[in-house]
Design a binder for this molecule. Structure first.
Ligand code: PRP
Ligand code: ZN
Length: 296
């Protein structure tokens, strides 16, 4: 019987949809079980475990799941909290280019703020006591951390705290609660993490395969395949203008000595401005195509 690997994904929240979409793009087909906690992979020995995001770092660290998709904010909080206990850590494989947000200090609009020292002696409500504690210690500030599991944004209006330290993405939650962001203490995105445990060769092979596919999916997002015709004399200049590409392929055009066709994969967004610059350099018949899959 073949061994299976498990990937921990946030059950419901800011990362869920993008995480499942990413795994789907890696070719994983799965059936959603009734409990919705466990999705068995149908075409690969890879299962998805839908759990609370806060549980993902320890599940991966302990090897309950071989891989996980988790916000940097959640991982960092766990790492700071584990600093004293000396627990091993989940290994960060790569950023996934979604789930961007920041952990920030915010205050009621009328509260004056002149830098971290304004926090001295005040009460700060947060679900991120470890990251906040470290931030305050680094700035030599003594403040009272009020730990809350949720609804942090209403703590000031309830008189529980003077400031909050919470995740901000669009800023709508802060606005709706008459709070203003005063300091960013951590920038965050979704991360792929892997267990530090030693795996059987069979499991390790599937972990490696999933990592390679995820890598391909993330890199492909902004990539474009670009084709154009150019004067042979302009090849060097056009190569320089192609955004984020390695050496382009240059092929001769039948019956045409002074013009060539150039093909390249651009790993950065190709803007209209780029195409206009290419045209000015002598390019014509430009085609920009999406890239569907990429494997290094
Ligand atoms: C965070 C945070 C805010 C909201 C901010 O919660 O606690 O409520 O997102 O986002 P906005 O700036 O776009 O309004 P999240 O949904 O991540 O849930 P969790 O902290 O309970 O995991
Ligand atoms: Zn959470």
């Amino acid at each position: 019987m073949s061994e299976r690997i498990k990937i921990a994904v946030q059950k419901s929240g800011r990362l869920s949809e993008n995480s499942l979409d990413l795994l789907h793009r890696c070719g994983l087909q799965y059936a959603r079980s009734q409990s919705r906690l466990y999705c068995a992979g149908e075409n690969m020995p890879v299962d998805i475990l839908l759990v609370r995001d806060d549980d993902i770092p320890s599940m991966v660290q302990q090897g309950v799941c071989e891989l996980g998709i988790v916000g940097e904010n959640v991982l960092r909080e766990q790492q700071e909290a584990d600093r004293e206990t000396g627990n091993g850590q989940a290994t960060v494989v790569r950023g996934l280019d979604f789930g961007y947000c920041r952990l920030s200090i915010a205050a009621p609009r009328e509260t004056p703020y002149a830098g971290p020292q304004s926090l001295d002696g005040r009460r700060i409500a947060t679900s991120y006591p470890a990251i906040l504690g470290r931030y305050l210690a680094r700035h030599g500030i003594e403040a009272k951390i009020v730990r809350l599991a949720g609804a942090v944004e209403i703590a000031p209006s309830l008189g529980q705290a003077d400031f909050i330290c919470d995740l901000v993405s669009s800023g709508n939650t802060l606005n709706a609660n008459d709070l203003r962001e005063t300091e960013v203490i951590l920038d965050s995105e979704a991360l792929l993490v892997a267990t530090p445990r030693t795996l059987s060769p069979e499991k390790q092979a599937w972990v490696d395969r999933m990592q390679r596919r995820i890598d391909g999916v993330v890199r492909v997002r902004e990539s474009k395949y670009i084709m154009l015709h150019a004067p042979r004399s302009a090849v060097a200049e056009i190569s320089r203008l192609l955004p984020g590409s390695e050496t382009p392929t240059v092929v001769s055009l039948d019956g045409c000595d002074n013009r060539v066709a150039m093909h390249a994969v651009c790993r950065e967004t190709v803007f209209w401005e780029t195409l206009e610059a290419l045209k000015d350099a002598g390019a014509s018949a430009m085609l920009v195509l999406p890239v569907e899959k990429m494997l290094a």
